[in-house]
Ligand binder design. Structure first.
Ligand code: NAD
Ligand code: TDX
Length: 331
């Protein structure tokens, strides 16, 4: 199989490329990435010399890139602006990449007769599941942030292309991912790296917001199964079924690193902050997938990775990130 992965230099995309090249040594992978602040080719060091792997620095919004995908069977679109807080500060880039970028890839898929187009979406498109039962794939879209609104728009485009042009799209909506190589603006890596450096852990609101934490390798296994067995025109939810309050996780990280709870600093809440994400995923379970990594085990692996790879995150935290962080917290 010949697969185009977009956004492959980011967190989940880089894990998926490494997973794919290991599990399927005869597959060819082309990684298309613009290398925004979140793209990091160091994430792909172990595969950069693999003859089945190729990288091109390209923006998915580029209307002239259609020849790049010549000869490829599948496009898997991970490329996105992905951080909710940034979408609140500066939404425009989210609309450009997450909506117009998806539109461009769908146009290319349509014109080039791509066999399968997989859109990596998110549980955030359903909005907050404040109480009661989890959302299914049939639940209405109710996004809260410019980020989730742009992801929801992209999903609607994928579905419309399937209905109108028979473009063979599939949508995957997973819960929050965590694991090694996640950019340290996101909750878990931010809290781990701040705790290692004895810096405050900025907990939003009352700290009782709930997310369902999926270890990134479990998500790679889910995308693999959908790539090979999924039905086009269909949405698949992918849940970890391990919902935790943010404050529970903050305490666990501090406990593991032997740091005091006094490092937790309650800060003003994120505007439009979704209280809880919760989805059911019977549809992918019918394909034979189950989440495997228990949260406490995944968290231990993740903390160990950040402890052993200080160079990776210290470089990030001393550069562009610092500027963003100062703006976010008005420092
Ligand atoms: P990330 O921010 O770590 O990586 C995004 C990658 O996309 C980067 O390499 C960046 O350079 C690239 N990119 C951004 N704009 C681009 C453009 N215009 N053209 C080409 N490349 C571009 O994101 P992530 O956490 O790995 O998320 C990957 C995908 O998974 C996203 O679509 C996100 O919405 C979705 N998702 C993420 C999570 C999560 O918890 N991280 C959960 C559910 C869904
Ligand atoms: O400093 C922080 N303090 C804090 O309390 C940060 C960065 C986050 N939080 C809270 C907000 C959320 O309740 O932690 C929770 C997780 O926050 P994020 O890591 O920003 O993730 P979230 O907003 O849930 O969105 C993530 O999951 C779905 C990804 O960033 C999205 O790309 C994905 O679609």
């Amino acid at each position: 199989m010949k697969i185009v992965v977009t956004g492959g230099a980011g967190f989940i995309g880089s894990h998926f490329i490494k997973y794919l090249l290991k599990e399927y040594p005869d597959y060819k992978v082309l990684n298309i990435d613009k290398l925004t602040y979140a793209g990091n080719l160091e994430n792909l060091k172990e595969v950069e010399k693999n003859p089945n792997y190729k990288f091109l620095k390209v923006d998915i919004c580029n209307r002239d890139m259609e020849d790049v995908v010549d000869g490829y069977d599948v496009i898997i679109n991970f490329a996105a602006e992905s951080h909710v807080d940034r979408s609140i500060q500066e939404p425009e880039a989210f609309l450009k990449t997450d909506i117009m970028g998806t539109f461009n890839l769908l146009e290319i898929s349509r014109k080039k007769g791509i066999h399968r187009y997989i859109q990596i979406s998110t549980d955030e498109v359903y909005g907050s599941a404040d109480e009661g039962y989890p959302f299914s794939e049939e639940s209405p879209l109710n996004p809260s942030s410019p980020y989730s609104a742009s992801k929801a728009s992209a999903d609607l485009l994928v579905l419309s292309y399937y209905k109108t042009y028979k473009t063979p799209g599939i949508i995957i909506r997973s819960t929050n991912n965590y694991g090694p190589n996640q950019y340290p603006e996101k909750f878990i890596p931010l809290f781990i790296t701040n705790a290692i450096e004895d810096k405050p852990l900025p907990l939003y609101g009352d700290g009782k917001n709930i997310r369902d934490w999926l270890f990134v390798r479990d998500n790679c296994r889910a995308i693999d199964i959908i790539l090979h067995k999924g039905k086009t025109g269909i949405i698949y939810n992918v849940a970890a079924e391990q919902e935790r309050e943010n404050i529970f996780i903050a305490r666990k990280i501090l406990e593991y690193l032997g740091k005091p709870e006094s490092l937790i600093k309650f800060v003003p809440d994120r505007p439009g902050h979704d209280r809880r994400y919760s989805i059911s995923c019977e549809r992918i379970k019918e394909l034979g997938w189950e989440p495997e990594v228990p949260f406490e085990e995944g968290l231990r692996i993740t903390i160990e990775w950040y402890k052993n790879n200080e160079m990776w995150w210290k470089k990030i935290k001393s550069g562009e990130f610092l500027e963003y962080y100062r703006r976010q917290y008005k420092l």
